[in-house]
Structure formats: structure tokens, C-alpha cells
Design a protein. Sequence first.
Length: 301
Amino acid sequence: MRKIISLFILSLLALPLSATEKNNDLDVSLASAHYSFKMPKLDLPVEQKGTLNGVNVSYTRHNVLSEYFDNENDVFVSVQGQYLSGKVDQTNGLWDGISDEGFPLSLKDVKINHWDVRILAGQAYTFKDDLWRLAPYMGIGYNYLSMKPGAWWGYTQSYHKMKGLYIPLGATFGFQPSQRVKITLGGEFDALVHGNYTIDTSDLAPYMPITVDGITFDQLSNARGDQHGYGFRLNARAEIGYKYLSVFVEPFFNYMRTSRSGKAEIMRTSTPDADNVYWYMYDRIPPTVTKEYGLRAGVAF
């Protein structure tokens, strides 16, 4: 929570950047979301649920090509960032790193950190005496999600990291029912062009014995596999303007699905060997589904 408050205060300190030029917009908001993560293809599907809280910042520059075109060509560039964190519960199972069977286990206080940073560029078109606004855009984004469960029987449980480079393609539609009120609807498709799932369970032993070719492995040290996938985002924003700023609330829904990875590098330790020889094997990271839905509330300048 202290990290979230610090990020919010630092964002507010940047307000003079947007106050000096009317072509700049700066949105700063607090966010709360219900979080869900699944590995649905396992026989005992891994599932995490809980609430994440954080901060969202968006900085937009309008009319970036105004010196080449007239003001009706509103080409904009937007830099956006969101950080969410919290503790959730894990039920049903734990992926054993080698099969689709899963491992029966429930955990409490799984620590989640979720960063999302993106750069968007698009063009806005206005209609009906500037009361309606359509703004298609595309860009590039980077998504980082870490999952670190707490202690399990005295051992540190697995540390999972999901990293993804994605291409967002979307549009917003806004209308102004009155002079002070604005309503904006948004929809977006995300193409995950390069994803990476890494698991480190170096302290998870000896409670997961695995036998391969007559040799028992009791430790999954590291597993890493590249993934692709897709997702979408929906949001609706209601904004009320005042003299120098406006306040807004924004329900949102984010969805991302990754496919089963290609061959992944799996490293395990073999305890029967005196020197703990490391064995390298190849497997596949199971598909994952991540959902977040909640509410953002903040101020815009």
C-alpha cells in the first residue's frame, strides 16, 4: 500500500507538466480490481482469485502534427502505466512442472504484482459540432505479472513471472451530453506477440518427487517457455468537468489468454546423484487465462 500511495503522490507532482499547455492531458487515478488467474487445461486447474489495488497514470499529447496539418487533424500520442498489487488465494492445485495432472494444494496470501506500460498513437475525429468523438489507435505495450506464494511447510513456494510484449488495437467513442459531462466508451484487442513464462521453485523440496526414466527428481529449479496469445479490454468512463480539472470514474474489464508454450527449458535436480547433477528436459507451459475487472477513480487535467 505504501508503494501505491508513493506512486500516486509522484503522479500528482507531475501535474504542472499538463497545466501549462492545453494540448496536454494528464489523468491520475486509483484503481481496484477483482483478479483471476487460471491454468484451465490441468486436471486440477490452478486458480487464483482476489483483489488488487493500485494506481493508473496516463499522459496524452494532442495535435502532435499541428504544424503540418490544420487543427481538425487531432493526431495524439499517449503514454500509459498501471501498477496493481495485492494478496490472493490459490485453490485446486499447483502445476507440477512436468504433466497436465497438477498437484492438489491450496494456498493463502499469494503475492501479486502487475505492471502494464504502453505507448499509443491515433487520430481523433469529431462530429455533431464537436459533441461526438471517435479516436482509433494502435501501439505497443509491455505486461509484467509476478506471483509469489507464501511459505509452504517451511519452504518458499514457487515464484512465477509472466512477461509479454503485445500490440493493442482499439478505439474510444466519446460524447458530451452537457457542457460539463463527458461519457467515453472504449474497446481494444490485444495481440500477444511475444510472451515468456518463468517458474522458479528452487526451494520446493522434497514434497514433489518426480520419476523420469527411473531417476527421481525432487526439485523443479526453473522452467521457462515462450507463449503467444490474445486479449481484449473494455471500459466506460464518466467525467464531470470543473474550471481547472475534472473528476472521473471508470469501470474496466481486461482479459488475456495465452496458448500452451512451445518447448520449454525445464531444469530439475536429481537427489539420488551425490553431486546433485542438473538435468535439462523439455516440456510445455500450460495455457493461462488472466482476468481483471474493477473501477478506476481519479482526476484529469
